[in-house]
Design a protein around this ligand. Structure first.
Ligand code: ADP
Ligand code: MG
Length: 292
């Protein structure tokens, strides 16, 4: 490609809200086979809400939410924000958590009102030897509706389960359709559980997905495409997406994402609207066609 055509292409992309930090990403994009998306905050709004609670016998729903909400006050995860917001609506003040501990991709632990709380994915509780009996069916039903099920233990016993819903962005379905039309495959890489990821992938017509991926596993998931000789663009927003954004053939950061993600990426969308992803491919193909 001539420097002039690249300049014209990056200029046109900028008018469409897509910032190419370097011109070479515009060239590499036309060779991409797979577009892999992070889920939370990229395909979805990333502002989840608490939608369901089910407590074990002997627990009051209001006590449960107060304790779980208190345990989550020190976490910055969007899931924590959803739970804390719900707990604050019912309690003027939440008790202060002690000995707070957060394990990325698993959940949190804390002592609240003298009780030991654990809140997180099924694997967090199982790892601590806690039986989820009685909550597996409801969790499965929530997950099949695309919600994220969480479990909470109090003093080593399962005390209840919660469902979090994170709506899909309005721009997501049309972008996936546009990428398919361009002949690309679409993938999703998420830390969320298998059943929830499956429901969302089905709903959106996503070709491949990897679920229950811990933050340092996103780069490995991209490598498996490279091993098949496929070139990958990765689209993400979070701090934990930064390594994958840098490692992808083309890393595309969502404009509403964290500074660290934006710094690591080769291409930045100027807003949270995913239409820019399809526009980036479109401009790339037009630019490369003109010079041939
Ligand atoms: P994603 O890639 O979807 O952003 P994360 O790696 O951030 O996912 O989180 C993966 C999973 O870890 C969540 O779906 C949830 O089950 C659990 N988790 C993480 N942080 C918390 C928290 N603060 N409270 C409860 N569960 C959490
Ligand atoms: Mg994210």
């Amino acid at each position: 490609a001539t420097p002039t055509s690249i300049m014209v292409g990056t200029g046109r992309a900028a008018e469409l809200g897509v910032l190419f930090k370097k011109g070479d990403a515009l060239q590499i994009l036309q060779d991409v086979d797979v577009v892999a998306f992070d889920k939370t905050g990229t395909l979805t709004e990333g502002q989840p809400r608490l939608t369901n609670i089910m407590v074990a016998e002997g627990f009051e729903e209001s006590d449960f939410l107060r304790l779980v909400g208190a345990a989550e006050t020190k976490s910055e995860h969007p899931i924590a924000t959803a739970i804390v917001n719900a707990a604050r609506r019912e309690n003027d003040e939440l008790p202060k958590p002690e000995n707070f501990l957060s394990v990325t991709g698993y959940g949190v632990g804390a002592r609240v009102e003298g009780k030991e709380l654990l809140v997180g994915a099924d694997r967090l509780l199982r790892q601590q030897g806690i039986d989820l009996a009685g909550f597996e069916d409801i969790a499965k039903a929530w997950a099949e509706r695309g919600k994220t099920p969480l479990f909470a233990a109090i003093d080593g016993q399962i005390a209840g389960a919660l469902a979090i819903a994170d709506p899909i962005k309005p721009s997501t379905p049309s972008v996936i359709g546009a990428l398919h039309k361009l002949g690309l495959k679409v993938a999703m890489i998420t830390g969320d559980n298998q059943a929830t990821a499956n429901a969302i992938a089905d709903e959106l017509g996503i070709d491949y997905f990897s679920a229950e991926i811990l933050p340092d596993g996103k780069v490995a998931a991209l490598k498996s495409f490279a091993e098949q000789g496929l070139k990958v663009a990765f689209v993400g927003d979070g701090i934990n997406d930064a390594p994958a954004l840098a490692a992808a053939d083309v890393g595309i950061a969502v404009g509403t994402g964290t500074d660290i993600a934006i710094e690591a990426a080769h291409v930045v969308l100027m807003s949270g609207d995913l239409a820019g992803v399809a526009n980036a491919f479109d401009v790339s193909q037009r630019t490369m066609r003109n010079i041939r």
